[in-house]
Structures are given as structure tokens and as C-alpha cells.
Design a protein around this ligand. Structure first.
Ligand code: NZQ
Ligand code: ZN
Length: 387
């Protein structure tokens, strides 16, 4: 089997480094009317917002505050109303993945003439216009700063749904690593785990002899394994923080996924755990991935061995042992950065199994994985093994 055909284009401009926020002045048109979108206030407290406001200078702007973690359709629609009412023509998301994802949805919904919930039910396909938008990311994790995806929730109906559209590529992202120093340890750990699992879901499938994609993926995993613990220990060490941030961006910007099979089952099942139990995104992935790898060890055999040898340096000819150790090391890595990897440690009991399966069924997620063979029955076993 050889590498699949692909069409790779990433138009997002990245401005990276210390004291780069002032560059917004060159990136946003002088006559733009800008709505800044923020979350619960972290960017006010750590000074990022005031730097952004200074960079905008004499431009007309206002701030929409209140995008929640796991951003909701309802709150995002309030921003849409404000933009329509006050005629803003540029949106600037300043915050983590939730703010960036909400901004993408908002930029598409403003121009959408039908019922905006259709954007979600069509998984983003119905968006055919956006108003221009860019980002000042403050949390390395999702890769939203350089990709075409967003995840939007509606709590009343227990929906957390991924949407994607080439129009969701931000025009630019201005990444100043020092603006992430204020992150609590829990969010940094979540970010390391999220980025790690993004790489795994594009890498740990079956081999198509994509040497470049594989080596890039392994390089990102090794970087996260080395730099993640360092940046947790010394949050203000610029080198390790900058390396971690760039790894997280590269983990999900299309590069390592070009032409290779992908398995997003951990994310899909994880989204159901977040909407049902409020468990942080990165944590749901750390709970599920080891169980999923074990459940699919036959199908993923060749790649599990490659991962064990190249990423964890495992040796010897006993291949079953290498697979067991590679999975165990993955779990130990998440635990070493302070993430518990069993549902019971989040006060979730076995009643979760049926609830998650019901949700997957309702969302038509009945044939997940690179081969479409993670059926509801297999997902059930994965959740059971994660208790
Ligand atoms: O809301 P504020 O006050 O800003 O606080 C946030 C929030 O409480 C805080 N935070 C962010 N930057 C900070 C900071 N606190 C101190 N200092 C800073 N510099 O961190 C908390 C979590 O923020 P959030 O944006 O929710 O986290 P994350 O970046 O992990 O985003 C998670 C969301 O992204 C989705 C997830 O499903 C989830 O909804 N994903 C998006 C993807 C994409 N667009 O490609 C892919 C991912 O797989 C993921 O599914
Ligand atoms: Zn993720």
C-alpha cells in the first residue's frame, strides 16, 4: 500500500515569538471595524487583551466576552447578533481553542442566511462565506490557530460536534509564547495530551509507507515527550514553552495527515464524555487512547511496533511485548504529566458505557476508525476498558 493522493494547502500566516502582538497593526486593515472575541477573562488578567487593544490603535473595536470552554452555539450566536447589529467586518479571537473555534463559527454564521444550526448539522459544509478573521492564541493544544476545524456544543441537547470547512483557515495567528505563561498547570497538561493524541490519530493506523509523514509525526511525539514535562516544571522557560507551542500547532495543521489514513475515534468518543460529564477535552483523550490502542492492537499491529521502537526506544524481538509496553508507556506518560487515565477517577461509573454508546448512535458515529470497523460494540468495549 502506498501513500494516498492528497491536496494540501495551508494559507494561514503565522507570526511567532516574543513581542509580536504589535504586528496586528500590519495584519488588520486600518479601516476594519473589529470585534474581539474572548473567553472568561484570562486574557484580561494576563495583559494580552490590553496589548491587542494598543496594537489596534485608532481602529474602531469592541470586545465580546464570555465564550466558555467547549464553546456553545448559544453564546456564539450572541456574538453573531452583535456583529450583524453593529456592522463589524473583522473578528479577532484572543484566547484558547474554545475562543478560536467559536470565532470560526461566528465568522461563518454572520454571513449565513438560513438557520445557523444547519452549519453544525452539515458539519460545516454549508458555510460558503466568512467575514475575515485572525487569532491571538493563548493556549497551545488544539491546532485551531492553523487549521480548518472547530468544535461547537449545545448543552441543552447534549451535542458536541466537529465542523470543518476550508474557509475556516484563519488569515493569521500571532503566537507570543509569553502570553501562555499564565496558564494553570492543568491546562498545560491538557494541551500536551491533546497535541500528542492529534499526532497519534494521524499516525497510529496502518502503514502506507509515508516516510515523511511518519518521521514528522515521530518527531512531534518525541518533542512533546521531551518538552512537555519541561514546560510544566518551568512554565516561564521560553525555550521549552516555544517548542511545545510549535509542536502543538504542527500536530494538527494538515501536514502530517496528508495522504495517510486517519483514526479520529478517540476524539469522537471523547467529545461524548465531555458533553455528558464535563471532563476536559485533553483528559477524555488520555482516558480513551490506551484502551483504544489495546482494543485495536491487531489492526494497528505494524504501526504499534514502529511506534514502540522509534518513539519509546523499545528493543527485542517479542512483538507482543513491544506492543504491551508501548501502550503502557503511553498511559504512564499521561499520568506523569498529572492526568488521571481512568473514568472512575473522575467519579464516572459503569453507567457511562450505555450513555456514551447511545450518544454515538444518535450522532451516527457507528463506524469509526481508519477502517470504519470501530462499531458501537467496539466503542462499548473501549469505554468499558477505560473505567
Ligand atoms: O476562558 P478563559 O478565561 O480565557 O480561560 C481559559 C479556559 O478556562 C483558560 N486559558 C486560555 N488561555 C489562558 C488561560 N488561562 C490562563 N492563561 C492563558 N493564557 O484555559 C481554559 C481552557 O481554554 P479552552 O480554550 O477551552 O481550551 P483548549 O485550547 O484546550 O480548547 C478546547 C476546545 O477545543 C476543541 C475541544 O473540543 C474544546 O472544545 N478542539 C478543537 C480542535 C480544532 N479546532 O481543531 C481540535 C481539538 O481536538 C479539540 O477538539
Ligand atoms: Zn483534540
Amino acid at each position: 500500500m502506498s501513500v494516498q493522493n492528497f491536496d494540501f494547502c495551508n494559507p494561514t500566516r503565522i507570526i511567532f515569538g516574543k513581542e509580536t502582538i504589535q504586528r496586528l497593526n500590519d495584519l488588520i486593515p486600518q479601516d476594519a471595524k473589529v470585534l474581539i472575541i474572548i473567553g472568561g477573562g484570562s486574557v484580561r488578567k494576563n495583559g494580552t487583551l490590553s496589548e491587542v487593544e494598543t496594537a489596534l490603535g485608532k481602529r474602531h473595536f469592541d470586545v465580546f466576552e464570555g465564550i466558555e470552554a467547549n464553546p456553545t452555539f448559544e453564546t456564539s450566536m450572541q456574538a453573531v447578533e452583535k456583529i450583524r447589529h453593529d456592522n463589524f467586518n473583522f473578528v479577532l479571537g484572543v484566547g484558547g481553542g474554545s475562543v478560536m473555534d467559536a470565532t470560526k463559527f461566528i465568522a461563518g454564521a454572520v454571513k449565513y442566511s438560513g438557520d445557523t444550526w444547519e452549519i453544525i448539522t452539515s458539519k460545516g459544509k454549508k458555510v460558503n462565506q466568512v467575514i475575515p478573521f485572525g487569532f491571538v492564541p493563548t493556549l497551545p493544544a488544539t491546532g485551531s490557530e492553523m487549521n480548518t476545524n472547530a468544535v461547537i456544543s449545545r448543552k441543552t441537547t447534549f451535542d458536541k460536534i466537529g465542523i470543518a470547512n476550508p474557509l475556516f483557515s484563519p488569515l493569521f495567528s500571532v503566537i507570543d509564547p509569553t502570553k501562555t505563561y499564565s496558564l494553570p498547570e492543568r491546562q498545560v497538561a491538557n494541551g500536551v495530551a491533546d497535541a500528542f493524541v492529534h499526532v497519534m490519530e494521524q499516525y497510529l493506523t496502518y502503514s502506507v509507507h509515508a516516510a515523511v509523514q511518519d518521521r514528522f509525526a515521530e518527531g512531534l511525539l518525541l518533542t512533546l515527550i521531551e518538552e512537555g514535562p519541561k514546560t510544566l516544571k518551568n512554565p516561564q522557560d521560553y525555550e521549552s514553552r516555544a517548542n511545545f507551542i510549535w509542536a502543538a500547532t504542527m500536530a494538527l495543521n494538515g501536514l502530517i495527515g496528508a495522504g495517510v489514513p486517519q483514526d479520529w475515534a478517540t476524539h469522537m468518543i471523547g467529545h461524548e464524555l465531555t458533553i455528558l460529564y464535563g471532563i476536559d477535552h485533553g483528559r477524555t483523550l488520555s482516558i480513551l487512547l490506551p484502551s483504544l490502542l489495546n482494543e485495536m492492537r491487531k489492526e494497528k499491529r505494524e504501526k504499534l511496533i514502529q511506534y514502540g521502537r522509534r518513539v519509546w526506544g523499545l528493543q527485542g524481538s517479542d512483538e507482543e511485548k513491544i506492543i504491551d509496553e508501548a501502550i503502557a508507556k503511553t498511559r504512564t506518560f499521561f499520568e506523569s504529566i498529572g492526568i488521571k487515565t481512568h473514568l472512575k477517577e473522575y467519579d464516572v461509573d459503569s453507567s457511562a458505557v450505555e450513555k456514551v454508546v447511545e450518544q454515538l448512535k444518535r450522532h451516527n458515529l457507528t463506524a469509526l476508525g481508519e477502517n470504519g470497523d470501530i462499531t458501537l460494540e467496539v466503542s462499548r468495549r473501549i469505554v468499558e476498558a477505560s473505567l
